[in-house]
Ligand binder design. Structure first.
Ligand code: NDP
Ligand code: OXD
Length: 287
């Protein structure tokens, strides 16, 4: 978009010139200094930190990041992690450390029930990729979905039946008042014994003590944790050395500059043409 003039955050020049802001986590209220903003583009998919900012400029649409590079990266991570638990790699890693040579009987993918919490842009694509491996895939969302090969559960009433049938749980929900602490002693207990949890949404969706208790009591066979209540994960967190846990530093997926730039340019062109931007966040709903 050669006609677009780019200014850096700390050298914006005359604040009245600025029409679009491309941001991750600006200081609270900082966007109010631009009186002519037409849209705020988040470089991330999750906008919980923006939705909870009472000082956002009123009436300016907030657009979350939806771009093919971020989606592909998340599906890679989810597929890798589901396969890791499906193929007993938590157990084999422990056996390797103990120099134990022991086979564990393999379960066919069609008999492994994967459940994805959040069947949106990212969860939906991951579900499709997992169907390709033959897994028995279900999703849980606010509204009912019709996605080929994916069993849909929805709303608060669908949560426990969804958990009851889930051997490998993937949490890909946005963080809102409704999803905070959603993985707790009660919901984890609704998973079948031996289930695994993959947490890639936001750390505050998981009650960490309850997750640890479920791992230590062997109710859960393992967990892959990419997001945490405190990031970076504190050095004394019990997750670092837990034999049943894989820790990654919030890298399940990343916005890819080339493809993200195209998504932002497309949206600026829409706005300039008088059309509403795509992927505007409903700030009241929180995602
Ligand atoms: P979307 O908005 O496309 O999808 C969100 C999904 O969650 C929708 O299916 C929605 O239901 C469902 N949902 C929201 N609230 C509830 C609720 N209360 N009960 C049941 N279902 C609910 O988001 P994305 O897929 O683009 O992103 C999801 C999240 O992934 C982000 O918000 C972010 O937190 C996280 N993320 C993590 C990354 C990482 O590296 N770890 C990278 C990128 C994103 P419905 O369809 O009915 O509206
Ligand atoms: C995102 C993230 O929300 O990286 O994009 O977590």
């Amino acid at each position: 978009m050669p006609e677009l003039e780019l200014r850096e955050w700390d050298q914006p020049g005359n604040p009245e010139d600025i029409e679009y802001a491309l941001i991750w986590a600006p200081p609270r209220g900082a966007l109010r200094r631009f009186p002519n903003l037409r849209a705020i583009f988040s470089i991330g998919a999750g906008i919980d930190h923006l939705a909870s900012d009472p000082d956002l400029p009123p009436g300016v649409p907030v657009v979350r990041m939806v771009e093919p590079g971020l989606t592909a990266g998340m599906s890679e991570f989810v597929v890798m992690s589901v396969l890791y638990h499906h193929r007993f790699m938590i157990e084999y890693a422990q056996q390797q450390r103990a120099h134990v040579w022991r086979e564990i009987e393999q379960i066919p993918a069609r008999r492994r029930r994967v459940g994805i919490m959040g069947l949106g842009v990212l969860g939906g694509d991951a579900a499709d990729k997992l169907c390709g491996f033959g897994f028995d895939v279900a999703g849980w969302s606010r509204s009912a979905k019709t996605r080929p090969g994916v069993t849909s559960f929805h709303g608060p009433g669908g949560l426990v039946p969804f958990l009851n049938r889930t051997d490998i749980l993937v949490c890909l929900l946005p963080l809102t008042a409704q999803t905070e602490d959603i993985l707790n002693a009660e919901t984890l207990a609704a998973l079948p014994r031996g289930a695994a949890v993959i947490s890639v949404g936001r750390g505050r969706q998981v009650v960490e003590e309850d997750l640890l208790a479920a791992l230590d009591s062997d109710h859960l066979s393992g967990a892959t944790l990419d997001v945490f209540r405190t990031e970076p994960l504190p050095p004394d967190s019990p997750f670092w050395d837990h034999p049943k846990v894989v820790v990654t530093p919030h890298i399940a997926s990343m916005t890819i500059a080339e493809t993200a730039a195209e998504a932002v340019v497309e949206n600026i062109r829409r706005i300039e043409a008088g059309q509403p931007p795509l992927h505007v966040v409903d700030l009241a709903r929180g995602y």
